[in-house]
Ligand binder design. Structure first.
Ligand code: ADE
Length: 239
C-alpha cells in the first residue's frame, strides 16, 4: 500500500519509522510519502491560511497550496498501480472512523491523507477532488483536535496493522475488540496469583470449550456494561 500525507508538520510522522509500521515500511509492505504543504506556497512567508470569507474567528487554509500538493501526488504516478487513490481529510465534521472503515481502507492500494489545521480547509478543495475521484471527510470521534495529524496517525495504525503481513500472527487480529462486533474479553498471564488476585480458574482448567464460553460471556457482559450501543439485537434482551 502507498500512503501519502500532506501536512504543515511533516516531522510529526517521524514516529512511523518505529514499531510494527516501521518494519512494514522496511519490508516494502507500506510505502510512505510525507509532504510539507508549505513547499507548495510561493510567497516569502510560505502562507497556508487566510481570514474566513464572510468573517468570523480563526483562519482557513487556502486552496492554492492544497491544489498544488494534491495535484503533484495524483500526477506523480506513485500509487504503484492503476487504482485511483482515495483522499481522506480528517475532520470533526466527517463520518465516524471505525473498524469496518479500517478494514475497507486496508484493501486500498493508495491512500492520500490531507491534514487540515486552523478552522479547516477551503471547501472548494473538497469539491474539486470529489469531482475527480473519491474524497472522504473522516472523524476520529465527537471531540475537536487542533488538527488532523493525530487523527491520521491513529487511522494509519488501525489500517496498517490489517495489511496482510504487517502483524506477525494474523490470528491475533481476529480475537480483538470490534472484530466480531463485541468488545474483547479480559486477558491474563502468569503468575496464577498476583497480590492475592487470581487468574480465573476456568482459564487454568485446560477445558477449551469452557474457556471459549467464558470468554464469550465476558465479551457480552463487558459490551452490555460499557458499550450497549454495540450489542447485536439478538443479545440485547439476555438477562
Ligand atoms: N480534526 C480535528 N478534530 C478532529 C476529529 N475529531 N477527527 C478527525 N480529525 C479532526
Amino acid at each position: 500500500m502507498r500512503i501519502d500525507i500532506v501536512t504543515i508538520f511533516p516531522e510529526f510522522f517521524d514516529v512511523l519509522d518505529i514499531s510494527l509500521l516501521g518494519k512494514a515500511r522496511a519490508n516494502g509492505l507500506i510505502e510512505l510519502g510525507v509532504h510539507n504543504l508549505r513547499d507548495f506556497t510561493h510567497d516569502r512567508h510560505n502562507t497556508v491560511d487566510d481570514t474566513p470569507a464572510g468573517g468570523g474567528a480563526g483562519m482557513v487554509m487556502k486552496p492554492e497550496p492544497w491544489g498544488e500538493a494534491l495535484d503533484s501526488i495524483l500526477d506523480s504516478g506513485t500509487s504503484g498501480s492503476d487504482a485511483d487513490p482515495i483522499i481522506i481529510f480528517p475532520s470533526p465534521a466527517g463520518v465516524r472512523f471505525d473498524q469496518k472503515m479500517a478494514r475497507e481502507l486496508a484493501d486500498e492500494q493508495h491512500i492520500v491523507f490531507g491534514c487540515g489545521r486552523y478552522e479547516g480547509i477551503d471547501q472548494r478543495v473538497f469539491d474539486e477532488y470529489a469531482e475527480r475521484g473519491r474524497v472522504r471527510l473522516v472523524s476520529l470521534g465527537d471531540y475537536v483536535l487542533n488538527g488532523g495529524e493525530v487523527a491520521v496517525m491513529a487511522m494509519i495504525e488501525a489500517v496498517g496493522r490489517l495489511i496482510p503481513g504487517v502483524v506477525g500472527n494474523p490470528e491475533s487480529l481476529v480475537e480483538e475488540s470490534h472484530e466480531d462486533g463485541l468488545l474483547e474479553y479480559p486477558s491474563y498471564t502468569k503468575p496464577a496469583v498476583w497480590r492475592e488476585r487470581e487468574v480465573p480458574p476456568v482459564l487454568r482448567s485446560g477445558d477449551h470449550g469452557a474457556i471459549a464460553r467464558w470468554r464469550h460471556e465476558q465479551q457480552v457482559e463487558r459490551t452490555r456494561r460499557v458499550r450497549p450501543d454495540l450489542l447485536p439485537p439478538e443479545l440485547q434482551h439476555d438477562a
